[in-house]
Design a protein around this ligand. Sequence first.
Ligand code: EPU
Length: 419
Amino acid sequence: MLKIRGNNLLKGVIEVKGSKNSSLALMAASILSRGKVKLINVPDIVDVRVMLDIFKYLNIDYIFEHNELFIDSSEIEYKSLMIDDVKKIRASSYFMGSFLSLFNHVEIYNPGGCTFSERPIDFHINAFKEFGVIVSESDNKIKLDSSNIHNGYYYIPKVSVGTTIDILLFSSLHENMFIIDNVAVESEVEEVIKFLRLLGVEILKIKERTLLVKGKKALNKDVEYNVMNDRIEAGTLALLGALLGDNLTIKGFNMFDNLYLLNLFNKLKVPYTIKDNNLMISRHIDFEGVDLETNPYPFLPTDLQPLISVFLSFGKSKSSIKENIYPSRISHVFELQKLNFNIEFNNNKIIINPTKKLIGNKVYGKDLRGGCALLMASLLVDDYTYFYGINYIERGYENFLSRLKNIGALIYEEESNFD
Ligand code: EPU
């Protein structure tokens, strides 16, 4: 449990760590080389550690030190992926693509991850079927066989990061031609494309959202790749700066990954400057409310929605956010109400009215970003707040508490039976 004393301005320098979602996808892509891969700038977070536990089970060697991950998958063994670790992270779905590429078959539990919403994998499965994969599904298990696949075309019905990446992984070692349409263009997808090209996979961008992939029988075996910084962590810290910054410097802030957020800051007149990937930002509240909605890149990312909900509470008029990607990603709304945030969920929208006097209370984070939004909210209460659920935050933000304490956050870790 955390005891948090809010309303302290944050100053100094905080650095953005490597991208969680890129690292997880690149780890799943690395094993396609059946050789040595070095990934630089990998965050040391729980989800990465779970992925490494799966690696260990599969006889993949690794060394993970100082955010550098050396992977040697030359001794990888086929094993059933009906193991509990698969249920802990969403990125385990990428083993479907990688294993079909490597072994032509896979048996796996349904992937897990944050449970803020139903998170189906029907697009992944339908794409595989479209390419000739034999699928059998029962309860929570999936069995796939790609021994008799053919060239194919799949139009992803709704832009999906995971489906795009999984099909890319699937295509990499199959010597066929696959056209994937309506692909996601999130930076994490771009990372996987760059990495697979380094491995030798031929990926052509036919149109902005159409890819043609020609797999190869074997890929390059000695590759090094520098993972991008985490754009959601960058956005999280920028919002924290807009709420509590006293010339807070966010190092490693790539403006091109957060253009939507910066444009919002421009509209709301939040004072910031950017120089050499450093964002300097200070507190700016009492802006006019805005109506936003989440959408795939380059628009407002769903992962920032809970955090922006907190930010918009400090405007001087009503705001709203329509969550189009995960309409039920709203658990933070009810917890924020406990701190006296004037926020509600109505007619498929999060309605955010200006806050009055916030009050300290016990709050419970229930997923990664929702939990982080509550932590941020607690830092704004001029009182003590008791926060439960740090384990969710540790899934995606490396060493977050001590980094926040370094810039002036008053956070005290206390023993509790509930955490
Ligand atoms: N969808 C389907 N069927 C599918 C796949 C997706 O209906 O087979 C729907 C989803 O329900 C959602 C939309 O398509 O409405 C987009 O989902 P997407 O596939 O893009 O999500 P994902 O790949 O499962 C990744 C991130 C999430 C992030 C989303 C959206 C990883 C490991 N996870 O999930 O990150 O919210 O993209 O950008 O990369 C987080 O970091 O906190 C997180 C949840």
